[in-house]
Design a protein around this ligand. Sequence first.
Ligand SMILES: Cc1cc2nc3c(=O)[nH]c(=O)nc-3n(C[C@H](O)[C@H](O)[C@H](O)COP(=O)(O)OP(=O)(O)OC[C@H]3O[C@@H](n4cnc5c(N)ncnc54)[C@H](O)[C@@H]3O)c2cc1C
Ligand code: SF4
Ligand code: SF4
Length: 555
Amino acid sequence: MPNHTEYSRASVLVVGAGPAGLSTAIQLKVLKPEIDVCVIDKALELGNHNLSGAVLEKEPLAALLDAAKPGWRDTDEAKQVLANVIDKDDIMFLPGRNMAFGIFPMIKMARGMGLGFGQMIHHGDYSVSISRLTKWLGGIARGLGIEVLTSFAADHVVFDGQSVAMGVKLVDQGVNKEGHHQPNYVEGETLQAKFIVLAEGCDGLVTERFVEKAGLKRESPQLFSLGVKELIKVTPEQYNKFTRGRVVHAMGYPIWTPVRGPGMFGGGIVYAGEQDHLSVGMIVGLDWKYHDFNTQDALVRFKEHKFVKQFIEGGTVVEAGAKMIPEGGWYAVPRDPQTRSIGKGNVMILGDGAGFVNMLKIKGLHNAIDSGIQAAKAIVASLDSPNAAAEKYTANVEQSNIAKEMKLAQNFRQTVAKFGPLQGMPLSVLGRWLPKFHVEKDYEMMTAASYRLKPDMTFDKDTFTAVAATAHREEQPSHLRIVDPAICMTKCLPIFQAPCITFCPAGVYEAIHGQPKPANPSNCLHCKTCQRKCPFDNIRWTAPEGGGGPRYKRM
Ligand SMILES: Cc1cc2nc3c(=O)[nH]c(=O)nc-3n(C[C@H](O)[C@H](O)[C@H](O)COP(=O)(O)OP(=O)(O)OC[C@H]3O[C@@H](n4cnc5c(N)ncnc54)[C@H](O)[C@@H]3O)c2cc1C
Ligand code: SF4
Ligand code: SF4
């Protein structure tokens, strides 16, 4: 169990040791070597809670490391993490279960015409494992003297009086299911700091509580997608046929098809991993309407597709996991209504926590790293006036490439949400000339309709969670709460048949004596889909004790 008291005060406290949080810390040490920085993460080890595709645009990472660690390109870690440089970039359209067309030339044409879709080209980027990237950046941060602490789960920002944030309260440890203290009980301490950086990733618990408390607003609701991913060990022949520098992005079957098919937003990915390993994933917008839809079912159909099957048939799934992506773009960034700052006072919101994912590229890693760089610069410029940090950070973001590319993509996801992929995708070519369409929250889109392309076999969620290596201390109270169980019985079951039981990728929800419950919280993958897709907004996800959750190594 971590010793919290040792680290109870720092100049800068960063919540979340993902790419955004670690980049902040590293850049701070570059700019102000004597500054004391503490980074905390709820995962047992660095990288355990990070899951991504991942195609990485290299510029922000290079800028960060050129300053922090000259000669980094020649290190063994860099050679391992950045081993795959993309030289083949397939963008496929799958009209049905056996048909596939390459549409890369159209995307290239779009780039030539300056259209948003042209951003989908990934030549020269790296195909990486984010777990490994995070672990590597964490090692660099520690080498610079930064405290990077794992198994520290944050609960909420603590205010001094009404408005000034003075620290972050950690989750209590050693409570039993009934809420009583056990012999190992440790009260979650408040870590105090002059500056607080929220880099919790998508739908952060502390972040969303802060957004509410500080009165930050979004112009458009945040939209989410769920990504499920498997790392598959294939034969050397299959790997060589796919090739090391290749990434495939596929649209169409099985989540939207032109003729009376399902009309969901998203697609499949196949990326080359380390030798003889391919990453296969399915990403689906949470605004799906089917009450019995499970993203893993779509992944199965995608893997059965003739184009994908040739590369993975007979392979073994060695790791798997699930995570949400914030898709709402620039309009969904939480801001102070008066100052427009992304955060408030001495608190800044970064990376996926702010929603810096460009959905035309399906990329957020480079923006997460860049937001860390911008936050560090803002902190150093605000050392004598901490309450100016969020505004300075926002000004930096507005001047950066983050704002430039997020603005180019700003209407894309709302247009598709409004008109569906069939009409919305072509319409979104008009990009910034389109108006901002009003969209509903994802959970409001659920209907009683059924998904027609379910695979023949029920997806094996037990094996999925086993390879995600997820675990929590069994005696602790459930970190998943159903707000009003009566709603499940009287409203949800009769119309939707308890979708949480189907869509949760870890099989956490079950009907016990007819009552839907989070029966297996220990299996939870921390994807937070349930809190955003329950059709009655009836689920709350809280942080369990630090150290619990998935243990991704190569996601
Ligand atoms: C399936 C999928 C595919 C993707 N593909 C790509 C891609 O190809 N290219 C690309 O650029 N981007 C991609 N992304 C997006 C990319 O992964 C994110 O933009 C990026 O990871 C954001 O970095 P971050 O540091 O903001 O958040 P994260 O990487 O999510 O890191 C947040 C960290 O905060 C920690 N944390 C959260 N809450 C707490 C708490 N309360 N207390 C303590 N610690 C906490 C977490 O454990 C985690 O380590 C993809 C995402 C998904 C899910
Ligand atoms: S928790 Fe939500 S999705 Fe699950 S049964 Fe209850 S209302 Fe339905
Ligand atoms: S319980 Fe919720 S957060 Fe946990 S894996 Fe299931 S959907 Fe994701």
